[in-house]
Ligand binder design. Structure first.
Ligand code: SF4
Ligand code: SF4
Ligand code: SF4
Length: 302
């Protein structure tokens, strides 16, 4: 596939109309049965093992050369990001149950850490809507971003059901930012809360843990089926809804991505034709003007 830079994309209606033909890889997948990605690399995050140390966050920063998000607490600066952002590609959040919520009096409050980042979906809505294939799902499971292709339309931000892609609003040449699946976080985890293996193995391992300790886990491997499944899987002791993870159907694209995807080529071609029309009208106007001036010159001549 031919590469298309942002500058080239914006320099003419021909390029714009041509870009409508680009997302062949994305569109080829529409309507096909979702692939299982059984052999792709998956990461299993076990929230019940997580101690909230944020070594994973630091490893991500260091590997991707992302600046810290400094916050002063009692005069001391800490790097404790709470939300995903252009510079925070993974965050550790804390859920703490307020009140008794049906628990016996005196019981410990229920709480849990949760690690958020790109889910690396099997059927990524972000890939489906990207008109220039700047986001692609690889056979290894990752959803990767090619910034030299990106035209900054931000459809991916709209389409992602997890609100993962972030935009560099203040940059001169803004890019979309999100986890690119280098998995520096997995190596950095000191307690084995993050484990890496084939997707089939990680799903089997998650169910093994639930079967072995049903009192420890909610019986749900988040990411196994949500939105067609993902390469990032989450096990937890409290419900995923409480951890801020959305409840999603197994097939998502038909509801969210496909209508957007279908409208993109038409919009792009329409924009191309519109700009082409403007260009031709302007050319015609100049020619008529020049002709009129020439005629006026002859009439007032010596
Ligand atoms: S979580 Fe969002 S950004 Fe990540 S692959 Fe899925 S749709 Fe794309
Ligand atoms: S902003 Fe998102 S959807 Fe648009 S071109 Fe860039 S990666 Fe693709
Ligand atoms: S490094 Fe491991 S234990 Fe520490 S916050 Fe990250 S996932 Fe949790």
């Amino acid at each position: 596939m031919k590469r298309l830079s942002r500058r080239r994309f914006l320099t003419g209606s021909g390029a714009i109309a041509g870009a409508a033909l680009l997302p062949g890889e994305s569109r080829a997948a529409v309507g096909a049965a979702p692939p299982s990605y059984d052999d792709a690399i998956a990461v299993l995050y076990d929230a019940t093992r997580c101690i909230g140390c944020r070594s994973c966050v630091r490893a991500c920063r260091s590997f991707n050369e992302l600046p810290p998000e400094e916050r002063e607490i009692e005069g001391v600066a800490f790097d404790v990001p709470t939300r995903l952002s252009e510079d925070n590609w993974t965050v550790i959040q804390l859920y703490r149950q307020e009140g008794s919520d049906g628990q016996p009096a005196g019981a410990d409050p229920r709480w849990s850490f949760v690690k958020k980042n790109c889910m690396h979906c099997n059927v990524p809505a972000c890939v489906s809507v990207c008109p220039v294939a700047a986001l692609q799902k690889t056979d290894a499971g990752a959803v990767v971003y090619y910034e030299d292709r990106c035209i900054g339309c931000r459809y991916c931000m709209l389409a992602c059901p997890y609100q993962v892609p972030r935009y560099q609003w203040v940059d001169r040449m803004p890019r979309v930012r999100k986890c690119n699946w280098n998995r520096a976080c997995v190596k950095a985890c000191p307690v084995g809360a993050l484990q890496e293996g084939s997707r089939a193995e990680m799903i089997a391992e998650a169910h093994r843990r639930i079967d072995e300790s049903p009192q420890r886990y909610v019986d749900h491997v988040y990411g196994e089926h949500e939105a067609g499944g993902a390469s990032y899987l989450i096990l937890a002791g409290v419900s995923h809804a409480k951890l801020g993870l959305p409840s999603l159907p197994t097939r998502l694209r038909s509801t969210y991505a496909e209508p957007i995807l279908k409208s993109i080529p038409g919009l792009i071609i329409g924009l191309g034709l519109f700009l082409g029309g403007l260009y031709r009208m302007e050319g015609r106007r100049r020619a008529v003007e020049a002709e009129r001036e020439e005629r006026a010159g002859k009439e007032t001549g010596p």
